[in-house]
Design a protein around this ligand. Sequence first.
Ligand SMILES: Nc1ncnc2c1ncn2[C@@H]1O[C@H](COP(=O)(O)OP(=O)(O)O)[C@@H](O)[C@H]1O
Ligand SMILES: O=P(O)(O)OC[C@H]1O[C@](O)(COP(=O)(O)O)[C@@H](O)[C@@H]1O
Length: 314
Amino acid sequence: MVTVTPAPSIDRVYVVDALRTGSVNRAHRIEVDIGGNGVNLARDLRAAGNDVVAVVPLDLESVVDLVDDASLFRVVPVAHRPRVNTVIVGSDGVTTNVNQAATPLTAPEWRSLRAAAAQEVRRLRPDWVVVGGTVPAGAASLDPGPWADLAGAGGGRLCLDSPGAVVAGWIERGVVPDLVSPNLAELEDATGRRIGTMGDVLDAAARLIDRGVGAVLVSLGARGAVLVDGDDIRWARTPPALVVNTTGAGDAALAGLVSRWNGDRDGAAAERALTDAVRWGRAAVSRMAPTIAPDEVDCVRVAIDAPPRSLRVD
Ligand SMILES: Nc1ncnc2c1ncn2[C@@H]1O[C@H](COP(=O)(O)OP(=O)(O)O)[C@@H](O)[C@H]1O
Ligand SMILES: O=P(O)(O)OC[C@H]1O[C@](O)(COP(=O)(O)O)[C@@H](O)[C@@H]1O
């Protein structure tokens, strides 16, 4: 697997009793790590024994203390320091995120990122190339064209795990991913539709499929996840977890899916992969660190059903 994270972050997690807005909050624990969707995804995949590299534009010097496994990263040097994303976690698991805007990459930095990613794709020939997270503003980043054929060059598929506006922008410009993995807010942003019920989820996902997207994994928090793969629709649920920190849960769910499924129209494989997706997502919310340890993924019962359209999901 190859992941590309155009705007990696330093994630600073503050653990408080309960977040009180407009007042002084005291953190009794602080965790700092390198974050960003493709980075978390790569860590989860590596921990589960997959061959994976995370391609990141990074000023390595400013994060050197945080890199515990340098072999996970293919670093493209850039001049700016990484953004800092703040995560505030209450003892009830309620998680609040404040994500810093990403610094634009220069045109040469974008070219270097694309070239490094292409090199890793030729080396690993991965089933999936996942572009993850925010894409920084700026003229060079508005053009997804150079990313269109990246995965195909290695015989694999392209997954875009980014905010809804980025997904909509890429599709608008003709770069249609084989897989997208929005949560509800991202699905609303990607389609411009307000989502209240499972029926709205299915209609929004169908809209993306109609525009050429191969498959849509919609994560629904404690309600599990729906995988729409062409005409096949599956909804998977686990028993609810005791939530510690939800940051990285979506990344874990996607990692579970792509580690077991190469995107082929194979219902049994898709179902096994979706089962892993909800187990990995559940494991992620159950721990403080944003990435999972595979031995913490419980073989909990997973129910797979046709999703009821009337179920409220908001
Ligand atoms: N409270 C929970 N109990 C069990 N599983 C959960 C819970 N919250 C999230 N998950 C799992 O993690 C996945 C991703 O979580 P979600 O919050 O939807 O993603 P995101 O981090 O992208 O917003 C879900 O699809 C689900 O499988
Ligand atoms: O690129 P964005 O959209 O600002 O999100 C970045 C943040 O998302 C994360 O990758 C977590 O993502 P999820 O909670 O959606 O799985 C953090 O590590 C990071 O701070």
